[in-house]
Ligand binder design. Structure first.
Ligand SMILES: [Zn+2]
Ligand SMILES: [Zn+2]
Length: 255
């Protein structure tokens, strides 16, 4: 399988980068993971053939991971897409998302292609015989129970990491996480771990990568002014030399 980084900005908008969006291609089929703000412009810059995307997986409903989806649907409509599209969203976001589609005048009956919204729960499995995706709920949005209760908000605060496997290998896209513990059970023997660098203590990551035998680690979701050179040197000092940084258009072959 082949990964293309479409968007990798941190939560703060960047002058030059789109927010979270990753494309995986396998045997002529494409799958997208997250679709943050600016993703459609980046897809255009990278000349991605979006008509081959069959499924989009959304990790959580923070705008830097989902706000680009509406422009994506508008783009596909304007490009006269005909291929079916399934958008997999956290279960708590299913109905709100369908309401938002109508509020944005993206009426499914008018798009010209079949759009299905599928909901993800912890442990949900996707398998189209080319690619398998398992969604694992993580702790990124946890810890707000008192706030939610006191304001009567119905949110379940769901955020998912994705374990992607094919006959070629194993890729883990952690999306946003809450702590390193979120990675421990899903990263073992990964050919590639895509993880974020702003919600975790990076100091403990190198030893975990070594212990879990992660072949390559792609660090993403970093602020523009993050000191990439120093961090890479620190990882190497601690014995992990397979650290790379996400950038728009970066492609990695996993096999
Ligand atoms: Zn984020
Ligand atoms: Zn987030």
């Amino acid at each position: 399988m082949k990964l293309t980084v479409v968007g990798c900005a941190s939560g703060m908008p960047s002058a030059n980068l789109a927010h979270s969006c990753y494309l995986i291609e396998q045997s002529g089929h494409s799958y997208m993971f997250d679709c943050g703000g600016g993703a459609t412009s980046a897809l255009r810059r990278l000349a991605v053939d979006t008509s081959s995307i069959s499924d989009i997986f959304i990790s959580h409903a923070h705008p830097d991971h989902v706000s680009g989806i509406f422009m994506f649907l508008q783009m596909e409509y304007l490009k006269a897409r005909t291929k079916n599209l399934i958008i997999h969203v956290p279960a708590e976001f299913g109905l709100p998302f369908e309401e938002m589609l109508k509020a944005f005048y993206l009426f499914p009956q008018k798009l010209g292609y079949d759009l299905e919204v599928s909901v993800i729960e912890d442990g949900s499995d996707f398998d189209d015989s080319l690619l398998q995706v398992r969604a694992i709920e993580n702790s990124h949005l946890k810890g707000h129970n008192e706030f939610l209760r006191s304001h009567n908000y119905p949110n379940r605060m769901q955020c998912f990491s994705f374990v992607v496997t094919t006959g070629d290998g194993k890729l883990v896209y952690s999306a946003d996480i809450g702590e390193l513990d979120d990675l421990k059970d899903i990263m073992s023997d990964a050919d590639l771990l895509i993880t974020e660098g702003i919600h975790i203590d990076l100091g403990w990551l190198p030893s975990l990568l070594i212990k879990k035998d992660v072949k390559r680690c792609l660090l993403t979701h970093l602020p523009d002014d993050f000191d990439r050179v120093s961090a890479k040197a620190q990882f190497a000092k601690l014995g992990y030399t397979k650290l790379e940084y996400a950038s728009e258009g970066l492609t990695l072959q996993i096999d």
